[in-house]
Structure formats: C-alpha cells, structure tokens
Design a protein around this ligand. Sequence first.
Ligand code: SME
Length: 160
Amino acid sequence: MIDLNATGAGLEGYGLLAAQLEALLADERDFIANAAQFSAFLYSQVEDLNWAGFYLNRNEQLVLGPFQGQVACVRIPFGRGVCGAAAASQETQRVEDVHAFPGHIACDSASNSELVIPLVKDGRLLGVLDLDSPKLARFSEADQVGLERLAGIFLRLTDC
Ligand code: SME
C-alpha cells in the first residue's frame, strides 16, 4: 500500500497509483471487468477504506455495481443520501462526517466519512464511484483531486 500522506499534499502518491491503474486497465475495455478491477485496486491501495465501488445510473436510480466491502443497499434514488446527491448535482461530494449529512444512507454503521465522484462520459451520467471510510474527515482536497484523476483514467480506458 502506498503512503498517500508521505508526500505532503499526497499528489505524488496518486501519481504512482495513476501509473499503476493505467497498466492494470491497459489490455481490457469491458466495463464490468474494469469496474471490478478498479474497485479492488482502490480498496487494496488506498488506506482506511471500508467500502469502494460503483452505483450505476439505471433510469434515474442508482443501482449497486461492482464493489469491495460489506454488502450494501442496492437501489438509491437520485437526490437521496451522499451518492444520490452526487448523481443529482453531478458534483463530487466530499463529506467529513456522514452522520451530519441530511439523508445519509447508512449501509455500514462503521462508515464515518465518504467521497462520491460522479462518472460522466460524453455528457452522460454513467453512475458514481463511492468511497467510504471509518475515519472522520478521511478525504482531503488532495484525495479528491487524486481520486477524480483515477476515475478519469477508468473512464478513458473503459467502454461505457
Ligand atoms: N452512504 C451512501 C450509500 C452507499 S454505501 O455507503 C455503500 C449514501 O449515503 O449515499
């Protein structure tokens, strides 16, 4: 596991992860295969996560996709909870304390902070990438930038 905090802002750590992800996804473009790999990659390489994975846009509802972690809620309406807010606004949601977030959906009571990145390709919302942590305020601005960069690599190297 790379120490993402060892380099101050953590961007060098994410640079290394970006290179590793490029190599991991280089030979395959299938959506399910790459989404499953990306979830496992994040879960094993990013510290202090208890969930990492996808919710996919199915007719204005988010439906559970490939993930790592505990079993989770299957359907989330747009606008509900942190994932629903990311889908409705198409803006990344970085939440320091999920218990203070209106409508937060507690799939795993161990989760305390969350980062949800909307996945938009050619103007279409494909779904969201959801990362949960048992640590309060786990995700810094540098984490957000680094993880959005990784999500961009996934979208570029995957048919979706
Ligand atoms: N906590 C999320 C629901 C998804 S789980 O964390 C896997 C939310 O409020 O949208």
